[in-house]
Design a binder for this molecule. Structure first.
Ligand code: CP
Ligand code: NVA
Length: 313
């Protein structure tokens, strides 16, 4: 048997969504947040969580969200499946497809999700790879929309830190909503060109403005939203000391935040390395929307599951 060439929709990247589909998902997320028991689309359905890395939010939000929709999750930990080691990725994908209705993958290498999706005939959701974190991107843009309203044109978002998986997905989500994103990273830590190109293509359609530079103060000036993420992501632990040095001057602290609008909100996808990329004062301060953002993972993922599984019973 060769790869399954089915018409099943996957969510491997924010780039998989048309702009109008993203808008639909965000509206559904808002309805689901307002009424947690509004839909039971997952009654009798099973979502498999196959994770190669640790997680709090991604695992919990899918598990609780699926239960609220009437379904249930099966969690397979890093030690259990051995994607590509104990068993080929394609064989795991075929077996999971026979039993589960959708699968959330958290992987070391992005290619693993792409390969899995080629062989899966149930929806594959990217629960984080080294290159992208699209479920986070959904929750991020939803959180910004909650504060700024549904039209994000003219809303200025500053992202200060590593041009990593979280930055890639944020770029794509912003590009599809027409907002403005100013990214500041240390030289050599900018987002990858392929994500810049995808974001630029979407920005041309929506009027979004995306700039990438190396000056945190300029990026944060008069911003409505200030976002940061860890300097050392999962899997990069051996680079910790080098990164700590490279990211000096990129900490989100009170002095940097003071350059943003007075009512700017602070975002961080968590887990935070307090005292490194963000101070306690900022993450625990009155401008922090970080825990709303964490909660919103669940509402946006519920919407995603309803949308991906619609009509697949
Ligand atoms: N933000 C996020 O994805 O958190 P976890 O790594 O805990 O899932
Ligand atoms: N950039 C971080 C995000 C964690 C949710 C990491 O990949 O470890």
């Amino acid at each position: 048997m060769t790869a399954v060439a089915s018409r099943v929709r996957h969510f491997v990247s924010v780039a998989d969504l048309e702009e109008n589909e993203l808008a639909t998902l965000l509206e559904l997320s808002a309805r689901l947040k307002a009424d947690r028991a509004a839909r039971s689309d997952l009654r009798g359905r099973t979502v498999a969580l196959v994770f190669e890395k640790p997680s709090l939010r991604t695992r919990l939000s899918f598990d609780v969200g699926t239960a609220q929709l009437g379904g249930h999750c099966v969690y397979l930990s890093p030690a259990e499946v051995g994607l590509g080691r104990r068993e080929s990725v394609s064989d795991v994908a075929r077996v999971v497809s026979r039993m589960a209705d959708a699968v959330v993958l958290r992987v070391n290498a992005h290619e693993t999700i792409e390969e899995f999706a080629r062989y899966s005939d149930v929806p594959v959701i990217n629960g984080l790879s080294d290159l992208s974190h699209p479920c986070q991107g959904l929750a991020d843009i939803f959180t910004i929309r909650e504060r700024a309203g549904p039209d994000l044109h003219g809303v200025a978002i500053a992202y200060v830190g590593d041009g990593n998986n979280v930055a890639h997905s944020l770029m794509l989500a912003v590009a599809k909503t027409g907002a403005t994103l100013r990214i500041a990273t240390p030289a050599g830590y900018e987002p990858l060109p392929r994500y810049r190109d995808l974001a630029e293509a979407a920005a041309k359609r929506t009027g979004a403005r995306i700039t990438i530079g190396n000056a945190p103060a300029a990026a944060v000036a008069d911003a409505d939203v200030v976002y940061t993420d860890v300097w050392t992501s999962m899997g990069q632990e051996q680079e910790y000391e080098r990164r700590r040095r490279a990211f000096q001057g990129f900490q989100l602290n009170a002095a940097l935040l003071a350059r943003a609008k007075r009512d700017a909100i602070v975002l961080h996808d968590l887990p935070a390395h307090r005292g490194e990329e963000i101070t306690d004062e900022v993450i625990d301060g009155p401008q922090s929307a970080v825990f709303d953002q964490a909660e919103n993972r669940m509402h946006t993922e519920k919407a995603l599951l309803c949308w991906l599984l619609e009509g697949r019973r």
